[in-house]
Design a protein around this ligand. Structure first.
Ligand code: TMP
Length: 205
């Protein structure tokens, strides 16, 4: 019998409602391991401060790539692989899918893709995603939700609209190509979105 846990990732642009749906998952499935990228480990928390809040000053674009990859490498080794091997189900707020959407397509760095694909393959050996929930909202809805929450924009959230629209389109393209992905219309009410999120998770348990 395969006792490996399931690796579930929740994805979407800023303001798509990931945090709300992950709170719902926590309440419904308290036995799962809940984690995030960037920042799912002590090392990753430092990297998150550097990447999103400028804690060590401006981060060059190529440095941004390696720091997100470093966060992910540590997260996979320290949190995800051990939990899955122990038969625990893992829910991660973001994953390598965000990396492709933000750094490759959002930042328009397609020439980095071979390097990134090779790095992700190495980092994620024996660690495939079982379910990728992609919450999709139009940019205007995401922005309005963030404004209503009074969130101070971080490095990524401060980028212009066209950056965020490229990311939204990238999530859709990746989601359509990935058999384990479920794209959910997250512009609806929280309850409607939750029904779909819960059903998607239950379908792989
Ligand atoms: P969040 O955890 O509040 O969603 O913030 C994480 C931010 O970092 C978000 O703007 C997306 C961005 N990000 C990347 O740019 N690349 C990545 O690989 C990941 C995981 C996140």
């Amino acid at each position: 019998m395969d006792k490996r846990g399931k690796y579930i990732v929740v994805e979407g642009g800023d303001g798509a409602g990931k945090d709300t749906q992950i709170e719902n998952l926590r309440a419904a499935f308290p036995g799962f391991v809940y984690t995030r990228e960037p920042g799912g480990t002590p090392l990753g928390k430092e990297l998150r401060g550097m990447l999103l809040h400028g804690s060590k000053g401006d981060v060059a674009l190529s440095t941004e790539f390696f720091l997100f990859l470093a966060d992910r490498a540590q997260h996979v080794e320290e949190v995800i692989k051990p939990a899955l091997a122990a038969g625990k189900h893992v829910v991660s707020n973001r994953s390598w899918i965000s990396f492709l959407a933000y750094q490759i397509y959002g930042r328009e760095q397609l020439d980095w893709k071979p390097v990134v694909d090779a790095s992700l393959k190495k980092i994620f050996q024996d660690c495939p995603v079982d379910l990728a929930i992609i919450l999709n909202v139009p940019l205007t809805v995401g922005k309005e939700r963030q404004r209503a929450m009074g969130k101070i924009p971080d490095t990524m959230e401060s980028q212009p609209n066209d950056f965020h629209e490229r990311i939204r389109q990238a999530f859709l393209t990746i989601g359509k190509a990935l058999p384990q992905a479920k794209i959910i219309d997250a512009a609806r009410s929280k309850e409607e979105v939750w029904n779909d999120v819960r059903a998607a998770v239950q379908s792989i348990l």
